[in-house]
Design a protein around this ligand. Structure first.
Ligand code: C5P
Length: 246
């Protein structure tokens, strides 16, 4: 299990969804004092690789949530975890829980081994259960019958048994997963919107405070910060709203 002890200012990880290193670097620098960390995902990584991530890290020194959703045979995913952990030292990173128990176990072992080797905190490994873009009909098409929430619960339990540290989940699943999986398992939630922000394409949202009260550990918030006229002020406003929960 995790031995990651990096201090995090607040639970908000800002999603920096751009392929442009200059824009990502400028945003990270602007919000560095008001958020807990930043999330970089496939769009940024596919364009810029670990060197691009390192450039953004230099600009802000924010803890990194590397959201690459690994899904491959165990040996390959273990290698990917090692490579990512040594290149950019993420605070947390994702893999698809549907890759199965052996894949997640191999990833967990790789994360522990590389942390010992490099003498750095072990990255938190988060499983992605069912993508929120999928509904029951989509699950049926890939051979999974039953409800989305049963599948989320099944994969989250498997992730825990395989040694992962937590899962990414919708705010609406937090209460159920917190109850089923206990207090130590990390729940990381996108789909979070302050009252004053647009929902954009997020359909089922909670405010930052509601998500924390339901049991989230970390919140992923993108456009309410990144697309705001003043990103630093938007991030600060969210941090202030959350202050009573800290
Ligand atoms: O801009 P917004 O706050 O909607 O960004 C949310 C971030 O979280 C994006 O990077 C999006 O890809 C990611 N995400 C999500 N819903 C999920 C999983 C990830 O919105 N279920």
């Amino acid at each position: 299990m995790s031995s990651s002890v990096q201090a995090i200012r607040n639970p908000v990880f800002c999603a920096i969804d751009t392929p442009d290193v200059g824009k990502a670097t400028a945003l990270a620098a602007k919000i560095a004092d008001a958020v807990g960390g930043m999330k970089l995902g496939l769009e940024f990584y596919s364009a810029n690789g670990p060197k691009g991530v390192q450039q953004v890290q230099k600009a802000s020194d924010l803890p990194l949530f590397l959201d690459l959703k690994f899904h491959d045979i165990p040996n390959t995913v273990a290698g990917a975890v090692r490579s990512a952990a040594s290149a950019v030292k993420p605070f947390m990173m994702t893999l698809m829980a549907s890759g199965g128990r052996a894949m997640m176990e191999a990833a967990a072992k790789a994360a522990t081994d590389i942390a010992h080797e490099l003498i750095v905190p072990r990255p938190l490994l988060l499983g992605v259960t069912v993508l929120t873009s999928m509904d029951e009909g989509d699950l049926l098409e890939v051979g999974v019958s039953g409800t989305v929430s049963d599948q989320v619960r099944r994969l989250a339990e498997l992730a825990k048994r395989a040694g992962l540290d937590g899962v990414v989940c919708s705010p609406l699943e937090v209460e159920m997963l917190r109850r089923d999986l206990g207090p130590g398992f990390k729940l990381v939630t996108p789909g979070v919107r302050p009252m004053w922000a647009e929902a954009n394409d997020q359909k089922r949202v909670m405010t930052p405070m509601e998500a924390m009260t339901a049991g989230s550990d970390y919140l992923v918030i993108g456009r309410p910060i990144s697309a705001a006229e003043d990103s630093a002020a938007a991030a600060q406003r969210i941090a202030l709203e959350l202050a009573p929960a800290a």
